[in-house]
Design a protein around this ligand. Structure first.
Ligand code: DOR
Ligand code: ZN
Length: 346
């Protein structure tokens, strides 16, 4: 097979950031994705409908002429989020609210410390059909970083799922066998996104032969049995799993540092990277559902109607991209050769 045409995909989890960098991040995604769920972890975080509307207009201003792209906005849950904030957000067209446990990752200091205090908010979300997106890691200092996702499932997610059976939950960027199993066994109200890096890599790719800061993200890469579990679940074609790149840019000097930031900037190659993985798995026939159908179906949004063609062709991901402020960023999988490319990019 030398060409593959699929319904145009969406990216159900990414970070655009704000300011000048939108001129880099928005075109990178809009080149092939029609919609994206935009994470709200700015500084300060996007916590209400007004902030989301302002952020949305800055994103829209960065869409290149002639490209059709719709950002899907989210708000960030804090200890102060009220049920009224949810009602207002829903009325303003916001599709989801994001739960970051305090201290879980980049810019999550404002996030939730006491989950129970948010139960009235979850109740309102459930009643108003607002999706809950979770960063599924506990942050207790005594829990090992490689166990944080599993402990989150056992102590938090299973409680939320049981208490709010009608609430739609996306378990974002899952990284473990336990998460894949939890979602597979859960009700149809629970789904998950999976990133390219967690399908392509395991923790050896972070630590063997030298530390590789550009493979560092959160949740951190796990051992290969977990990578294999994620690969199996996407190859299975289950409709509970869909594309969420978690493209998360940090400038080169912020990654190559004694305390490097978490996040992989994958937007320019995300669809191609997933295609590469699905081909390795002998599951190219499952790519379209993962990239273009399961997400909109779960969010109860229409599927896209246009199509995107990928061509089988080796190309190398660049070593660096220069951002609008002149600083370099190292894209995810820099220097690696992958075997599919979007046709219009030729
Ligand atoms: O690696 C990550 N980077 N994980 C996240 O959850 C957040 C993201 C970011 O915003 O940089
Ligand atoms: Zn993210």
């Amino acid at each position: 097979m030398n060409e593959l045409t699929i319904l145009a995909p969406d990216d159900w989890h990414l970070h655009f950031r704000d300011g000048d960098i939108l001129k880099e991040t928005v075109p990178a995604t809009a080149r092939c994705f029609k919609r994206a769920i935009v994470m709200p972890n700015l500084v300060p975080p996007v916590v209400n409908a007004q902030m989301a509307a302002d952020y949305e207009s800055r994103i829209i201003a960065a869409i290149p002429n002639g490209l059709e792209f719709t950002p899907l906005m989210t708000i960030y849950l804090t200890n102060d989020t009220s049920p009224q904030d949810i009602i207002d957000a829903k009325a303003a067209g916001i599709v989801a609210a994001k739960l970051y446990p305090a201290g879980a990752t980049t810019n999550s200091d404002a996030a939730v410390s006491q989950l129970d205090a948010l139960f009235p908010v979850f109740e309102t979300m459930s009643e108003h059909n607002m999706l809950l997106l979770v960063h599924g890691e506990v942050t207790d200092h005594f829990v090992d970083i490689f166990d944080r996702e599993k402990v989150f499932i056992d102590q938090k997610l299973s409680v939320i799922a049981e208490k709010f059976p009608q609430l739609k939950i996306v378990f974002e960027h899952i990284t473990t066998k336990e998460a894949a199993e939890f979602v597979t066994d859960a009700s149809e109200k629970i789904a998950a996104t999976i990133t390219p890096q967690h399908l392509l890599l395991n923790r050896n790719d972070l630590l063997v032969g030298g530390i590789r800061p550009h493979n560092y993200c959160l949740p951190v890469l796990k051992r290969n049995i977990h990578q294999e579990a994620l690969r199996s679940v996407v190859a299975s074609g289950s409709n509970k799993f869909f594309l969420g790149s978690d493209s998360a840019p940090h400038e080169k000097h912020m990654k190559e540092s004694s305390c490097g930031c978490a996040g992989c900037y994958s937007a320019w190659s995300a669809l191609e990277l997933y295609t590469h993985v699905f081909e390795e798995l002998g599951a190219l026939d499952k790519l379209e559902a993962f990239a273009s159908k399961n997400g909109p179906d779960f969010y109860n949004l229409p599927r896209n109607t246009s199509r995107v063609t990928l061509v089988k062709k080796d190309w190398q991901i660049p070593q660096e991209i220069i951002l609008p402020n002149g600083n370099p960023i190292v894209p995810f999988f820099a220097g690696e050769t992958i075997s599919w490319k979007i046709k219009s990019d030729n």
